[in-house]
Design a protein around this ligand. Structure first.
Ligand code: NOJ
Length: 483
C-alpha cells in the first residue's frame, strides 16, 4: 500500500470569502456590510487603511477565478455569499436579483466543471442594517439569519449540497465584540463576545433545523459550521497548572462552540464555573455568560452534519496571572498561549508554522467529539508583500502539513475527508489588508486587471490533487507504530 496516497474521493479544494475577494462593494444594489463601514471609517485600524472595495475584483472577474480553480484541478471550491449583496438590508424584505445572478453563475459554472461548491452563508460580513440593530448582540439576529439561510437553501440548494452557516464564530465574537479589532469594532470586554457567541450558536442551530425540516429530504445536502482552533499543549508537560491552563484554553475557544453543537447543547463546565466565579467577584448577581434554556439545549445539540476545521497554528499554554477585577474574556480564561521560538513564523506574526499540530488536533477532535467526519476547511501560510512566486518554503510547509494529515488518517484513523487551502488568491486579509499574501495565486493589486499568477505552491498543489497524494516520495511511515 502506498502510504503517500489519500483515501478515494478525498476532497481537494481552496477557499475564499466574499468580502476578501469580491470587491464591487456598492455594485448593482449591494447593501453595506460591517466591513464596508469599518474600513471606510479609517483610523488606522486596518493596515494602511486599506479596504475590500476592489479586492481581487472577483465580482466581475469570476471567470479568472474559475481558470485558477481549473488549473489546480480542484474537486471542491469553498466561497461565501455576501449577505448584503443578496439581501441589502439583511432581511428578505428586499431581494437583490443581481446578487442571485452572480452566485448562480458561480455555482453553475463550478458544477459544469465538476467542481463541488462548499458555500458559507456568513463570513464576517454582517449587513450594516442589522448591525445597527445590535448585530450578533441581539437575539433577533438569530431569527433573521434563519430567514436568510432559508432563502439561500431555497435559491441555491438544488445545486449546493455542502453548507457552512457561520465561519469562525470565535473570531467574530472575540475580535468583533470583545477586543474591537475587527468589524463591527465593539469593545465590550467580558460581555460582548459571550452575547455574540450565544446568538451565533442559536442562529446556526436555527438554520440547521430549517434545512433539516424543509430541505434535507429533497435536496440531500449537509450543513455545518466552520470552527477555528489552535492546537494547544502545556508549556511544561509536567506542570499541573499548565495542564489546567491548557484545558481552559481549549474550553474557551474550540469547546465554546463545539461542545454545545457536537455534544450536549451547553457550554463547557469550565467556562460556566470560571465566568460565574469571576462575575460574582466583580459584584454581579448573574454570570456574564448567558445561559441556554433546556429547550434551547435540545435544539442546539447535534446540529452539524460534519466537522469543519480551520487550522493555522499551535500554542504552548501556561496560566495568565490577572486580578479578575475588570471583566474580560482573557481574565476569565486566565491562560496564555506562547509560540515556541523554534517554530518558524510566517509573514503574519500570529501564524507560527507548526504542521504537526494539525495531526494532534485532528486526533483530539476524533476522540472528543465522537469521531466526526472532518473537512479541513482552511489551512494556509502567509507570505509578506511583495511575495516571491518561488514560494518553495511555503510549499514545504504545505507538504509537511499534508503528511501530518495523512498520518492522522492512516495511523490515527481520523475521518478526514477533505482539505482546502486558504486561499485560492491573495486577498484582503482583514486588519492586515493586502500585506499578507495567503494565495495559491498571486494577485497584482497594482494593475487594474488584477492578474492572477500561480505561485510554485499552486503548481505543486495541482500535482498533489491530480495524484490524490503526496508527490515527493516521503518515507512517511510504514506501520501504525511508526510515527
Ligand atoms: C480564517 C478566516 O476565515 C479567513 O477569513 C482569514 O483570511 C484566514 N483565517 C487567515 O487569517
Amino acid at each position: 500500500m502506498d502510504s503517500s496516497i489519500f483515501p478515494k474521493s478525498f476532497a481537494w479544494g481552496a477557499a475564499t470569502a466574499a468580502y476578501q475577494v469580491e470587491g464591487g462593494w456598492d455594485a448593482d444594489g449591494k447593501g453595506l456590510n460591517v466591513w464596508d463601514t469599518f474600513t471606510h471609517q479609517g483610523g488606522d485600524r486596518v493596515f494602511k487603511n486599506q479596504t475590500g472595495d476592489v479586492a481581487c475584483g472577483s465580482y466581475t472577474l469570476w471567470e479568472e477565478d474559475l481558470k485558477c480553480i481549473k488549473q489546480l484541478g480542484l474537486t471542491h471550491y469553498r466561497f461565501s455569499l455576501s449577505w448584503s449583496r443578496l439581501l441589502p438590508d439583511g432581511t428578505t424584505g428586499f431581494i437583490n436579483q443581481k446578487g442571485i445572478d452572480y452566485y448562480n453563475k458561480m455555482i453553475d459554472t463550478l458544477l459544469e466543471n465538476n467542481v463541488i461548491p462548499i458555500v458559507t452563508l456568513y463570513h464576517f460580513d454582517m449587513p450594516q442594517a442589522l448591525e445597527d440593530q445590535g448585530g450578533w448582540q441581539s437575539e433577533k439576529t438569530a431569527g433573521v439569519f434563519e430567514e436568510y439561510a432559508e432563502f439561500c437553501f431555497k435559491t441555491f440548494g438544488d445545486r449546493v449540497k455542502m453548507w457552512i452557516t457561520i465561519n469562525e464564530p470565535y473570531v467574530v465574537a472575540k475580535y468583533g465584540y470583545e477586543d474591537g479589532l475587527f468589524a463591527p469594532g465593539k469593545k465590550e470586554q467580558g460581555i460582548g463576545a459571550y452575547q455574540a457567541a450565544h446568538n451565533m450558536i442559536k442562529a446556526h442551530a436555527k438554520a440547521w433545523h430549517n434545512y433539516n425540516m424543509f430541505f434535507r429530504n429533497q435536496q440531500k445536502g449537509l450543513v455545518s459550521i466552520a470552527l477555528d482552533s489552535d492546537w494547544a499543549e502545556p508549556f511544561d508537560p509536567n506542570s499541573t497548572t499548565d495542564k489546567e491552563a491548557t484545558e481552559r484554553y481549549l474550553s474557551f475557544h474550540l469547546h465554546w462552540f463545539a461542545k454545545p453543537i457536537f455534544i450536549d447543547g451547553d457550554y463547557p463546565e469550565i467556562m460556566k464555573s470560571e465566568i460565574f466565579k469571576k462575575s460574582k467577584h466583580q459584584g454581579l448577581q448573574l454570570s456574564r455568560l448567558p445561559e441556554f434554556t433546556n429547550e434551547e439545549k435540545v435544539k442546539i445539540k447535534g446540529t452539524a452534519d460534519f466537522f469543519c476545521l480551520n487550522y493555522y497554528t499551535t500554542r504552548k499554554i501556561r496560566p495568565r496571572k490577572t486580578t479578575h477585577d475588570e471583566p474580560s474574556y482573557s481574565s476569565d480564561m486566565a491562560a496564555e498561549g506562547i509560540k515556541d521560538p523554534n517554530w518558524p513564523i510566517s509573514s503574519i506574526e500570529w501564524l507560527a508554522v507548526v504542521p504537526w499540530g494539525i495531526r494532534k488536533l485532528l486526533k483530539y477532535i476524533k476522540d472528543t467529539f465522537a469521531n466526526p467526519i472532518i473537512y479541513i476547511t482552511e489551512n494556509g501560510f502567509a507570505q509578506s508583500n511583495p511575495a516571491s512566486l518561488e514560494d518553495t518554503q511555503r510549499w514545504t510547509y504545505f507538504q509537511e502539513t499534508l503528511l501530518e494529515i495523512l498520518k492522522a488518517i492512516k495511523l490515527d484513523r481520523v475521518s478526514v475527508k477533505g482539505y482546502l487551502v486558504w486561499s485560492l488568491l491573495d486577498n484582503f486579509e482583514w486588519i492586515s489588508g493586502y500585506s499578507a499574501r495567503f494565495g495559491l495565486f498571486h494577485v497584482d493589486f497594482h494593475r487594474i486587471d488584477l492578474p492572477r499568477t500561480p505561485y510554485i505552491s499552486a503548481i505543486e498543489y495541482s500535482k498533489v490533487v491530480k495524484r490524490n497524494g503526496l508527490t515527493k516520495p516521503m518515507e512517511c511511515f510504514g506501520s501504525p507504530h511508526n510515527s
